[in-house]
Design a binder for this molecule. Structure first.
Ligand code: FES
Length: 102
C-alpha cells in the first residue's frame, strides 16, 4: 500500500506506507515539497496536510504539538502536521491533501 499526496490537483504517490515514518518523511522520499520550514521538529506549522475522515483513523491521534499549532476548527476539518502524523500499519492506503499556501 502507499501514501498519496494531492497537491495542486496532482497526485504524488510515495510508493510505500511505513509505520515508523511520518507523512513528511514519506513526501521527502519522493522529493515532494510540502512546505516544511523546520525540518520536521514541530515548530513551523507549515507542513499542514488534510486527511479525509476515513483516513484519520489510519494514523496516530493528534500530538500535543498539533493541538498547540492547529486550531480546533482545523483539527475538525482533518488538518494534521505531516511531521507529527504516522501511519498505524503498512497495509494502508492514505491520501493527504496539501492545502494551498497562503
Ligand atoms: S515540519 Fe515544521 S511543524 Fe512539521
Amino acid at each position: 500500500m502507499s501514501l498519496q499526496f494531492l497537491k495542486n490537483g496532482q497526485i504524488y504517490d510515495s510508493g510505500e506506507c511505513v509505520p515508523g515514518l511520518n507523512l513528511l518523511a514519506h513526501a521527502q522520499l519522493i522529493e515532494l515539497d510540502i512546505g516544511s520550514q523546520c525540518g520536521g521538529h514541530g515548530k513551523c506549522g507549515k507542513d499542514r496536510v488534510i486527511l479525509a475522515s476515513s483516513d484519520q483513523k489510519k494514523v496516530n491521534p493528534p500530538t500535543q504539538i498539533e493541538l498547540h499549532q492547529l486550531s480546533a476548527a482545523e483539527l475538525m476539518q482533518g488538518y494534521r502536521l505531516a511531521c507529527q502524523c504516522f501511519p498505524n500499519t503498512s497495509d494502508l492506503r492514505i491520501s493527504a491533501q496539501i492545502p494551498p499556501k497562503e
